[in-house]
Design a protein around this ligand. Structure first.
Ligand code: PLP
Length: 401
């Protein structure tokens, strides 16, 4: 969301990006979702809302986040220069605060008493709890029991911030189940609550709204990179769970034909196993949680269980705009497995003194794979979507030191 660029024209008026997207919600939610869309349309062009949000981006989040040239990493690989867009330096340690603040301000504008949300790695939960504390609104976060155990520090943070954490004990007890659980809680009282989705997924208008709040990443990066290097990067690289940090980086560059874009999904234990979350690589078009996108699904159209060591990437669907961008070929999607992710996590830590989130380490791994195939006058801009403090105990338990 910016003062200087127009909003991207997609989706169409009914919330479709090509054939993907839409809002397939139970009749009981139709009015509530339509109200959210109307409220968002009211405020998105309202200068006082934009000013309030941009003021928070600057003075609360610490934007603009810098771009850092990772020289030691680039030199070691011998190829393209790798740059990092440091979303890990934002308040709360990831890109999610960008849309959490937008959603919390929207909830306040709509006069809601409570924000409900799901979380995977706990990052969206922490960002939402933070934004709700700041705006002065109640917050309830649904989180899979598996993730609660894995991401204990984030659970504690949410509680300190005054948020109610609801453990989800059905299904695989991870992100998709947390979304189902949060949706149920929202259905119970859509009038006084707002469901604040944590990525560019879910029914329209969420994929559009969350993207608009995240596109600040690419707007800043485009200017910053041009100022540093006098040109645009050759490649953009970002990890894709639902796809918010990736679309946040990509949006400002979509019309720059020279800029190639790569989204990195988790292939977990391998694409030939059943334990991955490579939705765009191996999924097929289908419907999940109120919208159409690529889905990892069984023959009945039920979402398959998914796996990644990065809880934030562990989702059997993906944003409708990514589904569209894949089909039209504007963005290429690749996958990185758990081991490559661990390697990138350690490599970035030791070469640059930056501990990345396991999610972001997928994007770093994508750059590590690509850089040696390119020449030293080419560049890769990686979206470092978050910091790895939340993951250190898990990594040490898995790898030792
Ligand atoms: C949640 C999260 C992601 C994945 O979400 P997207 O919507 O795909 O961006 C990636 N990185 C970090 C650090 C996260 O917290």
């Amino acid at each position: 969301m910016s003062q200087k660029t127009e909003f991207a024209p997609m989706p169409d008026a009914t919330g479709y990006f090509g054939e993907y997207g839409g809002a397939m919600v139970p009749p009981a939610l139709e009015k509530a979702i339509a109200d959210v869309e109307q409220a968002y349309r009211d405020i998105r062009n309202d200068s006082s809302f934009r000013e309030e949000l941009h003021d928070l981006y600057k003075h609360y989040v610490g934007r603009p986040s810098p771009i850092f040239y990772a020289k030691r990493l680039s030199d070691a690989l011998g190829g393209a220069k790798i740059y990092l867009k440091r979303e890990d330096l934002n308040h709360t340690g990831a890109h999610k605060i960008n849309h959490a603040l937008g959603e919390a301000l929207l909830a306040k504008y709509m006069g809601k008493q409570k924000v409900i949300a799901e979380t995977g790695a706990g990052q969206h939960g922490v960002a939402m709890a933070t934004a709700c504390a700041l705006v002065g609104i109640e917050c309830e976060i649904h989180m899979g029991q598996v993730d609660i155990e894995k991401e204990a520090p984030n659970v504690t943070r949410m509680k300190i911030l005054g948020c109610k954490v609801v453990p989800v004990t059905f299904g695989t007890r991870t992100l998709k189940d947390a979304v189902d659980s949060a949706f149920q809680a929202y259905l119970a009282d859509p009038e006084s609550q707002l469901y604040a989705i944590g990525s560019v997924v879910g029914p329209h208008p969420f994929p559009m709204m969350v993207r608009d709040f995240q596109q600040i990443i690419g707007e800043e990066a485009r200017d910053q990179f041009q100022e540093m290097e006098g040109r645009l990067p050759d490649y953009l690289m970002a990890c894709v769970g639902g796809g918010s940090n990736a679309i946040g980086l990509f949006t400002a560059f979509l019309n720059d034909e020279s800029v190639k874009m790569i989204g990195v999904e988790p292939s977990g234990k391998g694409l030939d196993t059943e334990e991955h979350a490579a939705t765009l690589t191996l999924g097929t078009p289908g419907v999940i949680q109120g919208f159409k996108c690529y889905v990892l699904q069984d023959e009945q159209g039920e979402p398959l269980p998914v796996h990644s060591i990065a809880s934030g990437l562990d989702y059997p669907g993906v944003g409708p705009q990514h589904s569209y961008l894949k089909d039209v070929g504007r963005v290429k999607y690749q996958s990185i497995n758990d081991q490559e992710c661990f390697d990138a996590f350690m490599t970035l830590s030791r070469k640059e003194g930056i501990i990345p989130a396991l999610e972001s380490a997928h994007a770093v791994a994508g750059a590590i794979r690509l850089a040696p195939q390119l020449s030293s006058d080419q560049s890769i801009l990686v979206n470092l979507s978050g910091r790895g403090d939340k993951d250190i105990d898990f990594v040490v338990e898995k790898l030792g030191l």
